[in-house]
Design a protein around this ligand. Structure first.
Ligand SMILES: NC(=O)c1ccc[n+]([C@@H]2O[C@H](COP(=O)([O-])OP(=O)(O)OC[C@H]3O[C@@H](n4cnc5c(N)ncnc54)[C@H](OP(=O)(O)O)[C@@H]3O)[C@@H](O)[C@H]2O)c1
Length: 270
């Protein structure tokens, strides 16, 4: 019998590729995102591959709404694997000195609190069942501080620490937790970023590596290998050496609109 899998940020990029990868016959998928049109397109493609799919167009920052949707979904079909993937990028725009402060706040709410909003509602249920698995999207940017995207790097360091802490806490309950740390993946998010992107890979290849790491219950699933090694080394270098080694990786970011939803505004207008 197929597994039940929840994926946030399923309407684009890595989340879309993961949805398609897991959509084999018998899988039950709970797919979340904001843009309902793109989300339904992904859901339709997954159904054609044989999956039973339920979608929710909800802003990941809407804690109560996300929690209610997840608990309801889990009541109907207990979740085997939840992947907290939804995220945004922000940083220093071309010609600017700083990243815009509103974007930094919206990013932390999405990339950090959005992960808690996804994971926390499912944990009591997984603990009661004595099984389950959580995957959290970090980034290689969580290992090495990059001057051009301070909030993004902080958010990915935060979820790395959160995920690895949870892993220790939940192991006695039979629940696996992995933090997924990709390098450059060709998605709409990476297209916001200028600059050199060595070893950039397709979302489908990233989904394959994530699937393999999750099936082994790895603590961190960091790839590609060389970039993961360099990022970890970059994180422990003395400051003056790190400044020098990350010079080729400087970039600017075309920021997304990180504003909050107005009361009653449909999520897919963002
Ligand atoms: N691409 C890379 O190079 C790279 C590298 C390392 C880590 N990552 C991480 O991988 C994850 C996926 O990124 P991606 O590259 O696939 O980006 P993407 O193509 O821009 O997709 C981001 C997804 O997150 C969803 N999302 C963003 N804000 C949301 C919100 N407030 N509420 C609900 N959903 C929201 C988007 O949904 P809507 O579009 O429907 O709003 C979309 O489905 C992120 O956590 C990112 O930080 C990416």
């Amino acid at each position: 019998m197929g597994r039940t899998i929840v994926i946030t940020g399923a309407s684009s990029g890595i989340g879309e590729a993961l949805s398609l990868r897991y959509a084999g016959a018998g899988a039950r998928l709970g797919l979340l995102g904001r843009n309902s049109e793109r989300l339904e397109q992904v859901a339709a493609a997954c159904r054609r591959l044989g999956a039973d799919v339920r979608t929710g167009a909800i802003d990941i920052r809407a804690r109560a709404e996300i929690g209610a949707w997840l608990r309801d979904f889990d009541d109907a079909t207990p979740v085997d694997l939840a992947i907290a993937n939804a995220g945004v990028m922000a940083g220093r725009p071309p010609g600017a000195d700083l990243e815009p402060s509103d974007d930094g706040h919206a990013l932390v709410e999405t990339n950090v609190l959005g992960v808690l909003n996804t994971v926390q509602p499912l944990l009591p249920k997984m603990i009661a069942r004595g099984r389950g698995q959580i995957g959290i999207l970090g980034s290689l940017a969580g290992f090495v501080p990059l001057p051009d995207s301070p909030s993004y790097c902080a958010s990915k360091s935060a979820v790395l620490a959160y995920g690895l802490s949870l892993r220790g806490l939940l192991r006695p309950h039979g629940i696996g937790v992995s933090v997924i740390c990709p390098g450059y993946i060709s998605t709409p998010m990476s297209r916001q970023e200028s600059g050199w992107k060595p070893r950039e890979m397709s979302p489908a290849r990233a989904a394959e590596l994530i699937d393999r790491g999750l099936s082994r219950n790895q603590a961190t699933i960091a790839f590609p290998f060389l970039m993961a090694l360099l990022s970890r080394l970059g994180g422990v270098l003395p400051d003056h050496m790190r400044r020098w080694t990350i010079r080729p990786f400087r970039f600017t970011v075309q920021n997304q609109d990180g504003r909050d939803l107005e009361p009653g505004e449909p999520p897919d207008q963002q």
